[in-house]
Design a protein around this ligand. Structure first.
Ligand code: AGP
Length: 619
């Protein structure tokens, strides 16, 4: 959701900016733009559409993107916009130039009091060229800059921020200070990349790992002044703020497709490797270690309930986490979607542990839910993929998933890794509480260690799923049904299908169908039924029979040991056997592949589905 890049250094600035924007495409956007100071003049190119159109517009305007040419640009900023205030259009695209052409601004977030500020500025004679909230920031900064007699752009930004209510990652380029960028951050991420005689800023590290791995995560309410060889961070009063430089472990290849047609396919193929990287290093000599989190019996006895907050796919992982924790640890767990949690009146206190699950670590709804839980006294443990992200920094403890960068908007490998962490937590807690005997504890650990090979086995048979999808991609509606753990898995796979193929889809608990939804089943309705729980086979077979009798086409996903059971389905996909508790980690993969192929056959933009953004940083 919106992406920012900025660069000062000897490379071809436009090349760095446009490559960075291409890397940030996955966040979701509808227009893009760049602004830079070339030979002392402030230049601006922006367009509705994708980065490739912007690239063309830049070239048509005569600016060089060729590395061999001397870099005549002293500093530049770029932006991908996901429309909030004002429709996608050239005018509403960022950067926004102030009325007198002094400065350009890119912004992620929302300026809540923009209407009030706009009318204030209009009274001062400012004329607006767009409908956006961001343009207000550009004009306001310029207003204070001129009022201060053009002394210092940093001071003008800090003064403007006093008037601005809302959230922002803001980056400002001023023609009078051609060798520096000023950034401000509140509730939206900004990462600073430290290079050798060059510096970068971006919304996330993926846009800069090609050039540097040394980064500083800007904290809320901080102002950055960046030149080619210096960074200075202050608070809003101009007082210096200390910072540390972190090293990013991800490599540049991880943000390339690596020969796959889509990032989503590449990321599904990474599942065996990243699940292993998430789980195996935490299992040593028959025990589980959750780094930086000392899980003692005393600590756990003091936890009376667990609360889980997350959104979308991460929420679905949390549903499985709730099941596991309650089953293995006998601790009551409440789970809620983060966006609703903030309106609820939860029963939470210092004896609550809140699990916060997020791939990006930046989802605003999840951040707000975590804040609410903390305000009520809860302890927090975050399961996060992006190192140094806001949720990771703000939680009491963090357990990182080792999924690496997830570029496709549809989350696949991050979900599998989130499950990995939730299994580790549930097993560890249960063992420490004395509710899981040693022998079973060790057996479950081995089950987790064996998962990657089984995932690889599923991937080696992806053609079976492809064949099924090739016959049914025209379906108007698909139902995913399951019971117990398989129902929670179905919630995730249904989301996957709808978000990338735009096919209407519902997840239903098998037993719930006859309470209403079965009325929707008719000739040709597609039903995907995952059946992995031994005790639930007869009941699921009844559900399959019920929908098949009414004309549904059924794909059953079952473990090898059920191969000879007669189900009333049209086709079966066999997953390797595992303990039934672990089955969701395997059962999800064929469904992700199914969603992928359905979307591909429908001709959808798999990695960048319409209307969606990867990192949802607005409420
Ligand atoms: C998953 O495919 C989604 N696109 C979406 O539901 C996502 O899981 C959700 O927005 C939460 O994101 P997060 O994990 O980064 O917090």
């Amino acid at each position: 959701m919106c992406g920012i890049v900025g660069y000062i250094g000897p490379r071809n600035t436009l090349g760095v900016l446009l490559n960075g924007l291409s890397t940030l495409e996955y966040r979701g956007y509808d227009s893009a733009g760049v602004s830079f100071i070339q030979d002392g003049k402030l230049e601006l190119v922006k367009k509705k559409g994708y980065v490739k159109e912007l690239r063309q517009a830049v070239a048509e305007a005569g600016y060089t993107l060729d590395d061999k040419h001397t870099n005549r640009i002293s500093a530049g900023i770029g932006h991908t916009r996901w429309a909030t205030h004002g429709a996608p259009s050239d005018e509403n695209s960022h950067p926004h130039m102030s009325m007198n052409g002094k400065l350009c601004v890119v912004h992620n977030g929302i300026i809540e009091n923009y209407a009030e500020l706009r009318s204030f500025l209009k009274k001062k004679g400012y004329v607006f060229a767009s409908e956006t909230d961001t343009e207000v920031a550009a004009q306001l900064i310029e207003y204070y800059y001129r009022l201060n007699d053009c002394s210092d752009i940093n001071a003008a930004v800090r003064r403007a921020l006093k008037d601005i209510v809302g959230s922002y990652a803001l980056c400002v380029l001023c023609v009078d200070e051609p060798d520096r960028l000023i950034c401000a951050k509140k509730d939206n991420p900004i990462v600073v990349g430290i290079g050798n005689d060059e510096n970068f800023i971006a919304s996330d590290v993926t846009a800069m790992i090609e050039y540097t791995k040394n980064v500083v995560f800007l904290e809320d309410n901080c102002i950055l002044t960046m030149t080619r060889n210096s960074i200075e961070i202050t608070d809003v009063y101009g007082e210096p703020v200390e910072y540390s430089i972190d090293e990013v472990k991800w490599d540049a290849d991880s943000v390339q497709k690596g020969g796959y047609a889509h990032f989503m396919m590449k990321e599904m193929h990474e599942e065996p490797k990243v699940f292993d990287a998430t789980v195996t290093p935490r299992i040593k000599e028959g025990d589980i270690y959750l780094e930086h989190f000392d899980v003692t019996e005393e600590y756990l006895k003091d936890i009376h309930n667990i609360n889980i907050v997350a959104c979308g796919t991460a929420y679905h992982a949390g549903c499985i986490g709730k099941y596991l924790i309650e089953k293995l640890c006998r601790i009551p767990v409440v789970i809620g979607v983060a966006s609703e949690f903030i309106y609820s009146d939860p029963i939470i206190d210092e004896h609550t542990l809140t699990l916060v699950i997020s791939q990006s670590g930046e989802t605003l709804d999840t951040r707000n839910a975590m804040k609410k839980a903390k305000d009520l006294g809860s302890r927090t443990l975050a399961i996060v993929n992006v190192i140094g992200s806001t949720i990771a920094r703000e939680a009491d403890n963090v357990l990182y998933t080792a999924a690496g960068p997830e570029i496709s908007v549809a989350s696949t490998k991050a979900y599998t890794c989130q499950l990995g962490c939730l299994y580790l937590i549930a097993l560890k807690f249960a063992h420490v509480l004395g509710r899981l005997p040693d022998e079973q504890y060790v057996r479950y650990q081995q089950e987790l260690i064996d998962i990657p090979d089984k995932l690889s086995e599923i991937l080696s048979r992806q053609k079976e799923i492809q064949r099924f999808a090739s016959k049914h991609f025209n379906a108007d509606s698909t139902f995913f049904i399951g019971r117990g753990l398989d129902y929670f898995l179905s919630m995730e796979t249904s989301l996957k299908l709808k978000e990338i193929s735009y096919i209407h889809s519902e997840a239903y608990a098998g037993g719930e169908l006859k309470h209403g939804t079965i009325a929707l089943i008719e000739d040709g309705t597609l039903v995907v039924s995952t059946i992995t729980q031994d005790g639930l086979v007869p009941k699921m077979e009844s559900n399959i029979k019920e929908v098949a009798t009414r004309g549904a086409t059924v794909l059953a996903i079952i473990p090898k040991r059920f191969e000879n059971i007669k189900f009333s389905c049209n086709e079966k996909f066999i997953i390797p056997d595992s303990d039934e508790l672990m089955a969701p980690i395997l059962g999800v993969l064929p469904c992700q592949l199914f969603a992928y192929y359905m979307a591909v056959y429908k001709g959808c933009d798999v990695d960048k589905p319409r209307n969606l953004a990867k990192s949802v940083t607005v409420e």
